[in-house]
Design a protein around this ligand. Structure first.
Ligand code: LLP
Length: 427
């Protein structure tokens, strides 16, 4: 079989028949650290970030990495050191930012269900902004801030009611979504926010969905948001910043999302045309910064030929790579070493050891493999480790960060004992 091409992965490549992560041979890393193993490329993260930085050159813009995509501490360090803030959705994520040395003043706190304790924690830490998602949350936040003799900086997440044309589970800006407040209620809710003593209105935000591969939904959402900014400011409420959320897609298969800088050239042209070019801008990208900076290495355990299907059973599973089971997502699966290519591959369903029919990683894949071979599941930097679980008492995988010819262990493989730490036996 010919070597597969690796679209969207400039920092992973074949040299000869061997897959490399930057300058490191993947098979050697897997031999040292075992499988399943996540391998991230620092250069890939920084070059994804650079595309945004180019797009925003000369502008007053803050990139807040949406850390839910991959919240491993060393990954956060990479982005914190590059000047990023963080979009968080829990008190736990705030603690991660602090543990990684991130700047809490550049933290924005999103999410529909912030608890009072999380509000207190974030206020005490001095985060930059609460992205409030309901009127009820405004009242509670104001009360919590007043108890602490503080004023909470707030932005309200508005649903521009634009279809991002992505998987329904990751569409968030439509009517009927649990997120944000309706566009038509926004002005009234802003007036309510401005009347609350414990709040200081600082911005407006939206996030229309994830894995968006076209510019049009963003351009439409921007128009809808700017209409609102005009109306809110006409009512005497100043919005120091506008936050356009995250959502830009990556190339998993034949996806052709715009590059971040090209997208932002278009968006900034619209902002300029409408007179908002000098406004402080915020964005919350997650997947597009890390998705194609990571791969997951797995070993083929068994081949199981069948009448209707051939199964390739690997040592990674839905607990490590939940996206196929959750969203029928496609991840390319390629050989780590293709040393003796046979004439043709065989069509397999690539499945894990978990006791669920939904535990598949790839369907109908042509592979030329034998037990003991290693495979790389591509585009595994976003929403894989951060969504991993211990289902079937499987310890979570180890993670490596490669920087040129240096590979650093950034997460130890979890042992079974780690998975039941904190559980208590009956007397
Ligand atoms: N901001 C907010 C308020 C969000 O809810 C999200 C993602 C982001 C930013 C970052 O979006 P991104 O740039 O990564 O698209 N687990 C799903 C994706 C869920 C996205 C949730 N919100 C998946 O694996 O496809």
């Amino acid at each position: 079989m010919p070597l597969p091409v690796l679209p969207g992965h400039p920092h992973f490549s074949y040299q000869g028949n061997a897959l490399f992560a930057e300058a490191m041979r993947v098979s050697e890393l897997a031999a040292t650290y075992g499988t399943p193993l996540f391998i991230y490329s620092k250069a890939a993260m920084l070059s994804a970030l650079a595309a945004y930085q180019r797009g925003f050159e000369g502008r007053d813009a803050q990139i807040c990495y949406a850390m839910k995509a991959n919240s491993s501490l060393a990954v956060l360090q990479v982005f914190a050191r590059a000047g990023c803030g963080f979009d968080i959705v829990s008190g736990g994520e705030l603690e991660r930012v602090q543990a990684a040395g991130g700047d809490v003043r550049k933290v924005i706190f999103s999410g529909v269900g912030k608890t009072r304790a999380e509000m207190r924690q974030a206020l005490a830490a001095g985060i930059g902004c609460f992205n409030v998602e309901s009127e009820a949350e405004l009242d509670v936040l104001s009360g919590v801030a007043l108890e602490m003799k503080l004023r909470a900086p707030v932005s309200i997440r508005v649903n521009p009611n634009v279809d991002p044309k992505t998987h329904p589970y990751i569409s968030t800006g439509l009517k009927g979504s649990k997120f944000g407040v309706a566009h038509e209620d926004a002005l009234r809710i802003y007036q309510h926010a401005a009347s609350l003593q414990g709040l200081k209105v600082v911005g407006i935000d939206c996030h229309i969905g994830s894995q968006i591969t076209e510019a049009t939904p963003y351009l439409d959402a921007m128009d809808r948001m700017l209409d609102l900014v005009a109306a809110i400011e006409a009512a005497g409420i100043t919005l120091a910043h506008i936050d356009f959320g995250g959502g830009l897609g990556i190339n998993y298969n034949d996806d052709t999302p715009p590059e971040a800088d090209a997208l932002w050239r278009q968006l900034l042209a619209k902002l300029d045309a409408r007179g908002y070019g000098g406004r402080k801008l915020m964005i919350e990208p997650g997947r597009s910064l890390v998705g194609n900076a990571g791969i997951c290495i797995t070993e083929v355990l068994y081949l199981k030929p069948g009448e209707q299907k051939n199964f390739c059973i690997i040592d990674a599973a839905m607990n490590d790579l939940p996206r196929p089971a959750m969203y029928q997502a496609f991840h390319a699966i390629v050989p780590v070493e293709a040393l003796a290519p046979k004439a043709e591959g065989v069509v397999y369903d690539v499945v894990g050891p978990v006791c669920e029919s939904g535990d598949w990683i790839g369907r109908d894949r042509v592979l030329d493999v034998a037990p003991g071979d290693q495979l790389a599941v591509m585009s595994a930097g976003a929403y894989c480790m951060s969504m991993a679980s211990n289902y079937n008492t499987r310890g979570r995988a180890a993670e490596l960060l490669v920087d040129g010819d240096v590979a650093r262990l950034i997460r130890e493989r979890e042992s079974a004992a780690d998975t039941f730490r904190g559980e208590l036996l009956l007397p």
